[in-house]
Design a binder for this molecule. Structure first.
Ligand SMILES: *Cc1c(COP(=O)(O)O)cnc(C)c1O
Length: 384
């Protein structure tokens, strides 16, 4: 046996092992399980994008190594889209880098800027990649609790000055996974102010900006005056165009931060398959048209799910964006106990909130990326 490195040993325990085991057990009994646990769109990528990719696949020049920074056309399409969508000006050459999915960029960013002993501020509950990436880089993790009384925004005032002085990087992400909360200009303004005062980098994860409802349009962190001096934003084609399997995203913003991230990437990967970049370029250049039908599917599901959860008596906020419901566990249960009950009694998989961090205890997450939404809704109505 070879002993694993300390960084692997330090990984948080896998909290879903019990649910996975139970899922197998319930399935063996012949129950038709509906998985509302994972946030991976079940709808295929728009046909037009696939057609563009097919043609690009035939072109031999796309069969060679791409550049790690990404094709100019793709970076230009990302910059143009940011201008159209958020009115943010970006230089495609110095302020955009392509990513093999935004997860790749999130995971590599701390390696470029965090030294052992530096603090990284991460939301709790939150996307698990933030603290793991910080830990792999040798950073110290400070968890910012996301609580209902603060609309699931971190309470910046409560972070101790002694932590802020040692902070190098802060991760935030709105519209938020898992809480589905959204952030406004005022929140981002206070983030920019704090980052300037204590000289740290802000990494904003905007993966869900295009999965939004009722006319609400999420803003970009980079819309705030001075944001580009302190930070970058990650965006992904995964959720916007149902392209999770294609592995394509990008980061935009502060050129020194983009450059640092690029330094890590040149030494680790060789960029995104160019046929995928050609398809991604097409997707971004036609984002408004291609994203509309996707929103419509999720709006419909969101409405169905809201109605069912309300009728069943659950406590939650109706999501304005993302495909997640962050729901209070009924009293008398822990998150894990309730997830187990849902699986055993209803054949429904939900994610226990504590899997996203200790502050997630008392909640569970439901994702609407499942075509069996009608059946799920029927089962949920009698859940409490
Ligand atoms: C899905 C998701 C992403 C996007 O991941 P990709 O690697 O681009 O597919 C990023 N952040 C959060 C919070 C997500 O849920």
């Amino acid at each position: 046996m070879f002993e694993m490195a300390e960084r692997i040993k330090k990984l948080p325990p896998y909290l879903f092992a019990e649910i996975d085991r139970l899922k197998e057990e319930v399935r063996k009994k012949g129950v038709d399980i509906i998985d509302l646990g994972v946030g991976d769109p079940d709808i295929p990528t728009p046909k037009e994008i696939i057609e563009v990719a097919k043609k690009a696949l035939e072109d031999p020049k796309n069969h060679q190594y791409p550049s790690y920074v990404g094709m100019y056309e793709f970076r230009k399409a990302a910059a143009d889209w940011y201008k159209r969508r958020f009115n943010v000006e970006l230089d495609a050459n110095s302020e955009v880098v392509s990513l093999i999915g935004s997860k790749e960029g999130i995971a590599h960013l701390p390696m470029a800027f965090v030294n052992p002993g530096d603090y990284v501020l991460v939301p709790d509950p939150g996307y698990p990649v933030y603290p793991v990436a910080a830990m792999f880089a040798g950073g110290e993790i400070y968890k910012m609790p996301l609580k209902a009384e603060n609309n699931f925004l971190p309470d910046l005032e409560s972070i101790d000055e002694s932590i802020l002085r040692k902070t190098k990087l802060m991760f935030i992400g709105y519209p938020n996974n898992p809480t589905s909360a959204v952030a406004d200009e005022n929140f981002y303004k206070s983030v920019v102010e704090l980052a300037k005062r204590y000289n740290f980098i802000v990494a904003s994860d905007n993966a869900y900006s295009e999965i939004c409802y009722d006319g609400y349009e999420p803003i970009s962190f980079l819309e705030i005056d001075g944001a580009k001096e302190v930070g970058i934003e990650f965006h992904s084609l995964s959720k916007t165009f149902n392209m999770t399997g294609w592995r394509i995203g990008f980061a935009v913003g502060n050129k020194d931060v983009i450059n640092g991230l690029g330094k890590v990437k040149t030494n680790i990967d060789s960029g995104i398959f160019q046929a995928v970049q050609v398809a991604g370029t097409y997707a971004l250049n036609n984002a408004e048209i291609l994203n509309r039908p996707i929103r419509e599917v999720f709006i419909d599901r969101r409405n169905q799910m809201s109605k069912a959860l309300k009728e069943a008596g659950f406590e939650f906020d109706i999501p304005k964006a993302t495909f997640y419901f962050w729901v209070r566990v009924p009293s008398g249960f822990t998150s894990s106990e309730f997830a187990k009950k849902m699986l055993e009694e209803k054949g429904i998989v939900v994610t226990p909130g504590n899997g996203f961090g200790e502050t997630g205890e008392g909640y569970f997450r439901i994702s609407i990326t499942n075509p069996q939404i009608n059946e799920a809704v029927k089962r949920l109505k009698s859940a409490i």
